[in-house]
Design a protein around this ligand. Sequence first.
Ligand code: NAP
Length: 250
Amino acid sequence: MKKLACITGTASGMGKAILKNFLKNDFLVIVINRTEKESFSAEFTEEINKTLFPVYGDVSRAETQDTAFLIAKKIGIPITVLVNNAGTLNRTSFLDEDPEHAKEVFDVHVMAPFSLSQKMKKHLPDDQTGVIINIGSLRGIIPTGILYSASKTALHGMTRGLAQELAPQIRVVCVAPGLTKTEMHAHKTEEELHAMAAGSMMNTLVEPEDIADMVEFLVSDKAKAITGETFSVDNGGTLVRPDIWKKHKT
Ligand SMILES: NC(=O)c1ccc[n+]([C@@H]2O[C@H](COP(=O)([O-])OP(=O)(O)OC[C@H]3O[C@@H](n4cnc5c(N)ncnc54)[C@H](OP(=O)(O)O)[C@@H]3O)[C@@H](O)[C@H]2O)c1
């Protein structure tokens, strides 16, 4: 029998690359995207309503989440893989930050993964196993800015709590990407992006496919012994640069 996955935020970037890998691996996939985008519908015309079932709405809203589980019920297969990928970059400076916007960042990065995980567990028959993948961030390990980083740190922490709560039935793993070339950074120039990537050991940007391939591995049986961990896929972005470190070595 085919397996059913649910992936959030697949209209672009990593989510789209993750979706493509799942379809290639013969999964049926429910996606939760904020809005219906022409470019997405055109790219996946062949798959939509055959192997790909879109739900449009804010992922942090209960109605949107419930629609995904209703579709799973209609298909007649429980969701056994959940990828919490949807994310929003907040660029407001600390002093200008509006608490309502702060709430939105935490709703998308923390509360939506929490509620979707809870619903997945409730709908999963006791005799079936599953995997939850959370997309965290290098910024959740080394903060740049406050709210975005704090919400991703919370997601890394929640991965461990969920892994404890849901074992042995569901594995829960987090992937922490470094700077990746996606629509999230569309406002930056090529030069700016490459200057930022120079902070990593490999001196380059992560590709959305690098993240999709890591997710593919973590969902597979090859990763059956892995739960509760956060894996960096960041071109060595968390490492101290040896050229700087050596300057201060005694
Ligand atoms: N790019 C990076 O350097 C980087 C680094 C570390 C971690 N990440 C994380 O990686 C994940 C994927 O981001 P990306 O880089 O691939 O960016 P992206 O191309 O902008 O994709 C993010 C997706 O999430 C969707 N989304 C945001 N808020 C949503 C909501 N409330 N409801 C439903 N969908 C929502 C977006 O929809 P709209 O297009 O409608 O906004 C978009 O399709 C995010 O969690 C992000 O925080 C990114």
